[in-house]
Design a binder for this molecule. Structure first.
Ligand code: MV4
Length: 451
């Protein structure tokens, strides 16, 4: 096992990784920007080092600064968390060249999955179903017109270097296509310095369901079931749950088996998430693979009892998975609400000082956070300040517990998304488990009518 790990991240996920290291008996080194000197991850780590000014580009994204910190502190490995350098293939390569273990997949796997068109090609070859669409990137206007005509409208144009919904364009008829094609290319070029786009059939009302997998370096792969992530706004997830209210045990077993086989085929190692779209008939299609630990990993931990971050570390140290597929049992139901420092209606950031704070607790309640009373939420980073996670025997009981958890949370001094979550927990569609990617759109429309 490793002796000492550097955590190349901040906030709740840096704390989460430190929890795992402490339980595994591994020493930790925190890195922080000048704005984060008073952060909890700095307090909880055994050692800490400042790597630059507040701006992420000069600190948490600064590869030479992170690597220098790792060398100065003589660590064996780096855990990248999510965001920042976690899906940067070049960073994983630099770690390797410096004899530091990157806790994650190989640079090659990160690179393949980072190119969304390439990822689809690889996963199709490995046996996962795809939506009808272009094979790889669209090369010309003629190509775009021909593919769209073949698969039929509506279609969606996506940036190959994008992912998570940035730079997408829905096209409803041939007249709109070329305009959308050029706009999408332009946006992709500006945002990712890569104008490549691909086309696929647009599903009107799909569900976003993702499977968590774990793979060791000895060829063993397991899945930990799925997470339902359909409740999103501006392609930011708000609420996630596991299991999905839509999947039967039979479908879970079938899709789980397929994703495990696909990951075995491509030789994937470490934790990964297979994002799928499901239609109303439980047809499913591979969309993207995320090669990092995800924000919403706790709901999977709650229903399986598996510590995903500990497994990531153990796998990176060359150990075998600590459980087999038969030992994975999905027990009860878990829901996560992401609490953001935002105006709950306008969704604009609300940084500032937390003057009063109480988090819920009790059986089946987990809070992943890095804030404390008197903490000032800086304006430089993501606005998520806490994840409220509950676990209960059934979905209804989990919803009741989440309502109670939200009602007993106090965060004063800044605005948060708690009031929004409280309303969603009361909404008919949510209670019925009628979730789709249209959920928030419909919910917000109803809200407007009611005020
Ligand atoms: C789609 C889609 C419908 N058809 N792809 C991809 C990334 C995600 N953030 C949005 N994505 C979508 N891809 C096809 N072929 C619909 C969405 C989508 C969506 C997905 C999940 C949750 C909310 C969403 C809101 C709008 C669109």
């Amino acid at each position: 096992m490793f002796r000492k790990i550097l955590i190349a991240n901040r906030g709740e996920i840096a704390c989460r990784v430190i929890w795992a290291c402490k339980e595994l008996g591994i020493k930790t080194v925190a890195v922080h920007s000048e704005a984060d000197a008073d952060s909890l991850h700095v307090r909880f780590a055994d050692d800490a080092i400042c790597i630059g000014p507040a701006q992420s580009a000069k600190s948490y994204l600064n590869i030479p600064a992170v690597i220098s910190a790792a060398e100065i502190k003589n660590v064996d490995a780096i855990h990248p968390g999510y965001g920042f350098l976690s899906e940067n293939a070049h960073f994983a390569e630099v770690c390797k060249a410096c004899n530091i273990t990157f806790i994650g997949p190989t640079p090659e796997a990160i690179r393949t999955m980072g190119d969304k068109a390439e990822a689809k090609r690889a996963m199709k070859k490995a046996g996962l179903p795809l939506l009808p669409g272009s094979e790889g990137i669209v090369q010309s206007e003629e190509d775009a017109l021909k593919i769209a005509k073949e698969i039929g409208y509506p279609v969606i144009i996506k940036a190959s270097a994008g992912g998570g919904g940035r730079g997408m364009r829905i096209v409803r008829n041939q007249e709109e296509l070329l305009n959308a094609y050029h706009t999408a290319q332009h946006e992709a070029g500006a945002a990712f310095s890569d104008p490549s786009v691909y086309i696929e059939k647009y599903l009107e009302n799909p569900r976003h369901i993702e499977f968590q997998i774990l793979a060791d370096s000895h060829g063993n792969v397991i899945h930990l079931g799925e997470r339902e992530c359909s409740i999103q706004r501006r392609h930011q997830k708000l609420i996630e749950e596991s299991p999905s209210p839509l999947l039967t045990e039979e479908v879970r077993r079938k899709v789980g088996g397929l994703v495990v086989e696909a990951c075995q085929t491509i030789g994937y190692v470490n934790a990964g998430t297979i994002e799928m779209l499901f239609d109303e008939h439980s047809n499913f299609y591979f969309m993207e693979m995320n090669t990092r630990v995800q924000v919403e990993h706790p709901v999977t931990e709650m229903v399986t009892g598996v510590d995903i971050v500990q497994e990531q570390i153990s796998i990176a140290a060359g150990n075998h998975l600590r459980l087999s597929q038969d030992q994975v049992k999905i027990d009860g139901h878990s829901i996560e609400c992401r609490i953001n420092a935002e105006h709950p209606e306008k969704f604009t950031p609300s940084p500032g000082t937390i003057t009063s704070l109480n988090f819920p607790n009790g059986p089946g309640v987990r809070v992943d956070t890095a804030v404390y009373p008197g903490y000032t939420v800086p304006p430089y980073y993501d606005s998520m300040i806490a994840k409220l996670v509950v676990h209960a025997r059934t979905r209804d009981l989990a919803i009741a517990k989440m309502k109670r958890a939200l009602d007993t949370t106090i965060i004063e001094g800044i605005k948060t998304t708690i009031p929004l979550h409280q309303k969603i927990m009361e909404s008919e569609d949510f209670l019925r488990g009628e979730l789709s990617t249209r959920f928030m759109e419909n919910f917000l429309k109803r809200q407007e009518r009611n005020v």
